[in-house]
Unconditional design. Structure first.
Lengths: 347, 291
């Protein structure tokens, strides 16, 4: 004989529980309106603050009555944690929404086909674009990647695999380097490379400064990722007759591949929107510059800065559109790297 | 009820012996001469230290070519340290030091000028925890030793199959050699690691508690594998399971640390160690009175 069992989830909230939770929510909103209406506290923030306090108190009191003091504490802390998450999320959501709302009107097709060599920031929006800025930013990011990823990952390998005598000082210096303000990196390249050696603006100069900023991020994240690779694998590789180099190249690095790509993504995120060194080093041309090693080159942050400074309604719209494009560009780089890192790696 | 020969075999091997005498008789005598190459392995006066901590004192052991030797003893008595000195994995631990000689075919593996990677090719190792390489498929895992040591082979597919067959894994994985090693069960992963060690055709295979993380069924499969392998190579196995030592080994060495550095107390034919050990401490240990 067979019994027919229906799958159920007894641990989930019943519909009665949901109605109850929702009524707490409504009650807290109602209270916040009443409180703001009667007292001297005014403004949107007051509503949010009073709502959270009221919700926390209501839920805690209910838990206290039904299940006692520990449950009340649990419910109160839950509200606090939710509050923290919402407070973190609000500025991010607000930034994204603002950029999309203000940037969308300026997003025209000619933005991606023209540069600003024949247009002023204050011109109507269908004249001129940011092709030079997009290509410039991509050039800068690619050059910085080419220079900083090998250096960063080799540094991480030195710290985790070779564990040489200088590991301590190097780890300290890399950590200190991640605190270097971007303007300092820019001034350093300006005084150490641009003035004495090349004496001209170029994408390479900007990329050098970005490299200085990117190396610590890549190195530190890679080091953490490599340290997570179990020592068993290194031992197994060595016990099979591999030299240290073969073991690291064939086993350790492939095992850490997705983590290392995350390190690169974080590095890109660190530099893609950097503005200060680019103001000093790239010259900010208005024309697409195919030569990354000579001549001024535009970039999205530079374009945004310049357009905001022009001050007309058109130029402001241009700036917002530039911001939107910069955000999209970073997003695309993220997705591409994420797709690369999960392409062939199983669990 | 009809019993297949397969299940009959499993039943007889999995039956737990009730007395020492039956344990000692569990391993059948060798029926055919060994085909193992080389003249075997010898450890002379091995000491080992971690920092200033003397963990192993004056171990002298000979391993005849084609024999299976089990190292037994309580935790912390230096068994693992000892086998790691044999293939020079000991030196990877910071602060490690050693004294003595390990002779493989009469040549000291610690002599100056010896290529340590070649030594490790001749002396393979299987670890306590199954550790297939996560970035490689099953097939790539088996052949990884060749790539690591940059060896050339005529027929890779043939080698792949023969290694997996000898490790007792071929039938289970032959249809999914392209799957990742992590998709196998723990016991299969350990046999994959054995196959990986076999691919570079070592003379000696060191096994550091290869079954401690496995269920009884997988343990039996690996013990069968060990017996089959012992026809062609010298095997040293560390184990905490005395029935296992009795089932798979020709010789058994008992290690013990009485507070100081670990020592090798006694070595003899496995049947003797389990039936009439010379040392009282060995008898106490194998009869389960301590440890």
């Amino acid at each position: 004989m067979t019994t027919t069992a229906v799958p159920s989830k007894p641990w989930e909230k019943s519909s009665r529980d949901r109605v109850r939770d929702f009524s707490f929510f409504v009650l807290a909103i109602a209270f916040s309106y009443a409180f703001v209406g009667v007292t001297e506290m005014k403004g949107k923030l007051a509503y949010a603050f009073v709502f959270f306090v009221a919700y926390g108190v209501i839920v805690s009191v209910f838990s206290f009555i039904t299940r006692g003091a520990p449950a009340a504490k649990d419910a109160f802390v839950k509200t606090l944690v939710a509050l923290g998450a919402v407070i973190t999320l609000m500025p991010i959501a607000s930034i994204i929404l603002t950029v999309i709302r203000r940037g969308l009107p300026g997003l025209k097709l000619n933005l991606f086909t023209q540069d600003m060599s024949l247009a002023a920031p204050t011109d109507p929006l269908n004249n001129g674009g940011l092709l030079h800025a997009i290509t410039g930013t991509l050039t800068l990011v690619v050059l910085a990647l080419v220079m900083s990823v090998p250096i960063g990952i080799l540094t991480a390998l030195y710290l985790t695999e070779i564990k040489g005598k200088f590991s301590g000082p190097i780890r300290f210096l890399v950590q200190a380097m991640s605190g270097v303000p971007s303007i300092v990196a820019g001034l350093f390249i300006l005084s150490a490379v641009l003035y004495p050696i090349t004496q001209s603006y170029s994408a390479l100069m900007g990329a050098l400064a970005l490299t200085i900023l990117m190396i610590p991020t890549v190195a530190r994240t890679s080091e953490e990722v490599l340290q997570l690779i179990p020592n068993d694998l290194r031992e197994a590789g060595t016990a099979l007759g591999g030299t240290q180099w073969r073991t690291v190249a064939m086993i350790v690095v492939p095992a850490a591949r997705s983590g290392l790509l995350t390190a690169v993504i974080l590095g890109i995120a660190r530099i893609a929107g950097e503005t200060a060194p680019l103001l000093l080093l790239t010259g900010g041309g208005d024309k697409v510059n195919p030569n990354p090693f000579n001549g001024p080159v535009g970039s999205l942050p530079y374009y945004i800065w310049k357009s905001f400074n022009a001050g007309s309604p058109e130029s402001l719209t241009r700036a917002w559109a530039g911001l939107l494009v910069l955000m999209l560009l970073v997003l695309i780089l993220f997705i591409a790297a994420r797709a690369l890192s999960t392409r062939k790696v199983s669990k | 009820m009809i019993q297949t020969p397969e299940s009959e075999k499993e039943m007889s091997t999995s039956a737990q012996p009730s007395s020492l005498a039956s344990v000692a008789n569990a391993k059948p005598a060798r029926t055919q001469p060994t085909q193992a190459t080389g003249t075997g392995l010898e450890a002379r006066g091995i000491h080992a230290w971690f920092g200033s901590n003397h963990v192993l004192s004056d171990v002298n052991l000979e391993f005849a070519a084609g024999s299976v030797t089990a190292l037994i003893g309580p935790s912390g008595c230096g068994k693992s340290t000892f086998i790691r000195t044999i293939n020079r994995m000991h030196e990877f631990i910071p602060g490690a030091a050693m004294a003595g000689e390990v002779l493989l075919d009469g040549k000291d593996v610690y002599a100056s000028g010896v290529d340590v990677t070649k030594i490790r090719l001749q002396i393979g190792m299987v670890f306590q925890k199954p550790n297939p390489f996560p970035s490689m498929t099953i097939g790539e895992n088996v052949l990884s030793g060749l790539k690591l040591a940059q060896l050339k082979v005529e027929n890779k597919d043939e080698l792949l199959e023969s290694c997996l067959v000898r490790a007792g894994l071929w039938n289970e994985v032959k249809d999914r050699l392209g799957a990742h090693g992590g998709s196998l069960s723990g016991g299969q992963q350990q046999r994959l690691c054995i196959a990986r060690a076999l691919a570079v055709s070592p003379q000696v295979l060191l096994m550091d508690e290869p079954c401690s993380a496995l269920d009884p069924g997988s343990t039996l499969r690996i013990e069968e594998t060990i017996r089959e392998l012992s026809d062609t190579m010298t095997i040293v196995i560390v184990t905490h399971n005395m029935q296992q030592a009795a089932r798979v080994s020709d010789y058994t060495a008992f290690f013990l640390s009485d507070g100081g550095p670990g020592q090798m107390i006694e070595v003899a034919r496995t049947s003797e160690i389990f039936s009439q050990p010379k040392d009282q401490r060995t008898e106490n240990y194998v009869t389960g009175r301590f440890g």
